[in-house]
Design a protein around this ligand. Structure first.
Ligand code: DP6
Length: 350
């Protein structure tokens, strides 16, 4: 499936028109997970997902055009990018160039403070920052919705990092052309009553992933007999979650968060061969979270493509939850994140 953009979506803008721009974006943690694509090329997901953007681990990305260069130059945390990481950034820049009608190669320098590969979604903040900076440097005049679609092409979860607080990423529809399908899948902010959330992040293992999430996702969709039922029930979870967020019903938000994540991991465990990201330390933290609830503290766990646990709780309970989690995983590190801002251009970066 390919989608060509009409010229109206890529007009010149004054910001960043000097061919350089710097943007910052934060990671997000999904409460309703994105797991499974229906289109690998356009990165169209099977189901809607919903996340909270964090106030920790920003990625800052600087893009400047170099009309003389023969290839893109990409550094990640000061080191030249290579292999799959480089391929994905260059493919993304090719997309931006096509829309801008410009051939110039770019120099991209990205400083990422997320522990890479630890299941903390470094690709979300990375591609959100790259989308904002590259769109500005190449002079595309895109609004936040269009930027979320663009970020999606780098990494699906990046679409949600365009927005602060809570964001939903619409799966979109396949009823029309490829372009219509592409346009229909974007992220936007979710209305929330004041639930004052925190995410206590237990990094029980900061090492690289056993299998990259993109490959694990594909294997799950293709081989797991549990995938289809989970994708369907995830739609129900999303509707109930939106209502609970609007009503400020924290317990329901938490319950849906935990069951949606456990369901996602169940689909992986049933894949052939199985994909298992959860480790003994993960389960120890999950037990501790259950005990917190038994003690009357509303705390709910979610896990992504890695063994680390993020515990959703109220800000007022965050220190108590962090202490309990630290106790359960003494060799790991524990951080407390709050809701953070959406991706943005840094002023004067043009
Ligand atoms: C488990 O967005 O990294 O974190 O679109 O293939 O780049 P690609 O996948 P990615 O997957 C994130 C999956 C997840 C759940 C989520 O963030 O919704």
């Amino acid at each position: 499936m390919s989608a060509d953009y009409p010229a109206t979506l890529g007009h010149a803008t004054e910001r960043g028109s000097g061919g350089r721009a710097t943007a910052v974006a934060h990671p997000n943690i999904a409460l309703i997970k994105y797991w499974g694509k229906r289109d690998e090329h356009l990165i169209l997901p099977r189901a809607d997902s919903l996340s909270m953007t964090l106030d920790l681990f920003p990625t800052t990305t600087r893009v400047h055009l170099d009309p003389e260069a023969g290839h893109d130059e990409v550094t990640l945390n000061g080191r030249p990018a290579e292999g799959e990481a480089l391929r994905r950034v260059v493919a993304f820049l090719n997309l931006v160039r096509k829309r801008a009608g410009l051939a110039s190669k770019a120099v991209v320098a990205s400083e990422n403070t997320v522990p890479t590969g630890a299941g903390l979604a470094s690709s979300a903040s990375g591609f959100a920052a790259l989308a904002v900076a590259a769109a500005a440097a190449y002079g595309l005049g895109l609004d936040a919705t269009a930027l979320s679609r663009l970020a999606r092409r780098g990494s699906g979860s990046a679409a949600r990092s365009l927005f602060g607080g809570f964001a939903v990423w619409h799966a979109g529809t396949d009823s029309g052309t490829a372009l219509q399908a592409d346009l229909s899948s974007y992220a936007e902010p979710v209305p929330v009553s004041d639930i004052d959330p925190a995410l206590v992040i237990a990094v029980v293992d900061a090492g690289p992933k056993t299998i990259p999430s993109r490959a694990a996702m594909r294997r799950t969709v293709e081989t797991s007999p549990l995938y289809e039922p989970w994708a369907v029930s995830s739609g129900d979870d999303l509707r109930l979650m939106r209502a609970a967020l609007l009503a400020g019903d924290f317990e329901t938000v938490g319950e849906i968060t935990e069951r949606n994540a456990l369901g996602m991991h169940a689909t992986m465990l049933a894949a052939r061969p199985a994909v298992r990201y959860l480790s003994p330390a993960t389960l120890t933290v999950l037990d501790r979270v259950l005990r917190l609830r038994e003690d009357g503290v509303p705390a709910y766990a979610t896990m992504d493509a890695g063994p680390n646990v993020k515990v959703l709780c109220r800000r007022a309970d965050a220190e108590r939850v962090a202490e309990a989690v630290r106790d359960a995983a003494p060799s790991g590190s524990v951080l407390v994140a709050k809701a953070g801002p959406g991706a943005r251009l840094l002023p004067g970066s043009g």
